[in-house]
Design a protein around this ligand. Structure first.
Ligand code: TYD
Ligand code: MG
Length: 478
């Protein structure tokens, strides 16, 4: 069967048509001519060589990528404007160009190992990995900022621009020409929304332009076996010309998350053709760029270790990593009208559900109370395993009675007020104990057995929310 492909946006059709539905260009669709070059012989998978990877000297990034950058891979780095994407890619570039002199878990980007060597571009290397880790070259397409601004950022990161080549031209054709000419070890495109193809209608950033440029970059990545990292902003007006448009065509999708008023940043893989998805790397944005956080649990706790009413610690799973977080609730008598419910980092409808369960199943009087719920340190969580901690925080604030010192609450809450099992229970408990939390309140064994979690000794087993409040001596306010 023949395949018809639009020469502008790479859309595929099973039969010829005059106009492309995707980019609306006329006369651009032609029968795929490369079919003849496709292999005619089937091969054994076992005979293929294992995937080659270019390790990045920043462990958190390596982990998220599944062990390093795969040559020829097309990686999309998405995130809100101002979150730190340009900083992150520049750090990746620097780590590739000048890997740290010392091994070990230094969390900083080390200064370059060697001085001198005035040539900016290293000679072409054997494709498919770096030679001995030295003299890698990176091509940085600077569509968002001037080279001066990037130089300032490099200064801030205490890194050198040696072997880092900048291209301030955002025409996809000249980018491709540069890649072919210099054959860098890594190409960074900051950002896809600034790249344009003069043969496509519309300004850079519109859907057709974004798609057409990305598909040409994808092609050159595969052809030259060079990894390309493309930055894509998450746009306010939905995702039209942003990451969503590209997710299906790229090999890896990374999201950099966080909020600008807090220092932590999470790098999350939502798609990875070469490794596990939902891996999370944790960083903190410092004066000198993004620093790896090896012990995220410590960062997300408030540091206030005395028992305070309204504050409960729990363990959240981000990908396969458990972090301790602190939930704070404040209840306050409603002064007029409807009681107010407000959240920060938590789901509002989940809070409303928990309030209803606390009222109906545990007898707490909350219909004349404003309730505020906050996840300390600006983390946004959706994990249902935090239900118990959130409900306890509310009950604790209402009764002005603190949870026991060094205690952690884990469990989902059902509509009947029952405490339900949570995924990765053992893993969460382990993390809590590692950080010195001794009292763990969790779902009862019988329920946990159905959830598939193994029995863990020294857990205070709780079957219902009402039972939990009784244990803590939180009185019903009737
Ligand atoms: P940036 O990488 O420009 O974000 P993006 O490319 O996602 O738009 O980073 C933006 C913010 O990061 C900016 O407000 C300044 C801050 N920043 C630091 O706090 N420390 C640093 O070392 C750097 C380089 C930036
Ligand atoms: Mg930027």
């Amino acid at each position: 069967m023949s395949l018809y492909i639009c020469s502008h946006c790479d859309s595929q059709y099973s039969k010829w048509q005059g106009q492309c539905d995707e980019c609306n260009k006329w006369g651009t669709i032609a029968e795929e001519s490369e079919h003849a070059s496709l292999p005619t012989e089937s091969v054994s998978i076992a005979s293929s060589t294992p995937l080659e990877r270019i390790p990045i000297a920043i462990q958190e990034i390596n982990n998220v990528l599944g062990g390093g950058l795969v040559p020829g891979s097309f990686v999309l780095l998405a995130g809100d404007p101002g979150i730190g994407k340009s900083t992150l890619v520049l750090q990746i570039a620097c780590a590739l160009i000048s890997p740290p002199c010392t091994q070990g878990n230094s969390s900083k980007i080390s200064p370059p190992c060697t001085q001198g060597d005035s040539s900016k571009i290293s000679p072409p290397v054997h494709r498919g990995g770096l030679r001995g880790g030295s003299s890698a070259s990176v091509l940085y397409i600077a569509g968002e900022e001037s080279p001066d601004q990037i130089a300032l950022r490099l200064n801030r990161l205490n890194a050198s621009s040696q072997n880092l080549r900048f291209l301030a031209n955002t025409s996809v054709k000249s980018i491709i020409a540069n890649i072919k000419k210099h054959k860098p070890d890594l190409v960074i495109v900051d950002s896809i929304q600034t790249i344009f193809d003069e043969d496509i209608d519309g300004t850079s950033g519109n859907v057709n332009q974004v798609r057409a440029c990305a598909s040409q970059l994808l092609q050159i990545a595969k052809q030259e076996n060079i990894p390309i990292i493309v930055i894509g902003h998450v746009t306010k007006e939905g995702y039209a010309a942003g990451p969503q448009t590209l997710a299906h065509m790229v090999d890896v999708v990374l999201y950099l998350e966080g909020d600008r008023f807090h220092e932590h940043r999470l790098l999350r893989s939502t798609k990875n053709r070469f490794g596990p998805t939902n891996q999370v790397g944790v960083f903190s944005m410092s004066e000198k760029g993004l620093q790896e956080v090896k012990n995220p649990s410590e960062m997300f706790l408030s540091g206030q270790r005395g028992a305070i009413a309204g504050s409960v610690v729990s363990v959240v799973m981000e990908g396969s990593r458990p972090f301790l977080i602190e939930i704070q609730a404040l209840t306050n008598k409603t002064s007029y009208g409807y009681p107010k419910r407000a959240v920060s980092g938590f789901d509002l409808s989940r809070l409303e559900l928990l309030i209803a369960v606390l009222a109906r199943r545990a007898g707490l009087k909350l219909d004349n109370q404003d309730v505020f719920l906050n996840i300390v340190s600006g983390l946004k969580v959706k994990d249902p395993g935090l239900d118990l901690a959130a409900a306890l925080a509310i009950a604790s604030s209402l009764s002005n009675q603190a949870m026991p010192q060094k205690s952690v609450a884990l469990g989902e809450i059902g509509l009947a007020g029952e405490v339900r099992p949570v995924a990765h229970f053992a893993h969460r408990v382990e993390e809590a104990k590692r950080l010195g939390f001794e009292k763990i309140y969790g779902p009862s064994l019988s329920l946990r057995a159905t959830g598939g979690s193994e029995a863990i000794p020294s857990i205070n087993q709780i079957s219902t929310l009402a039972e939990m409040l009784e244990i803590l001596g939180i009185k019903k306010e009737q």
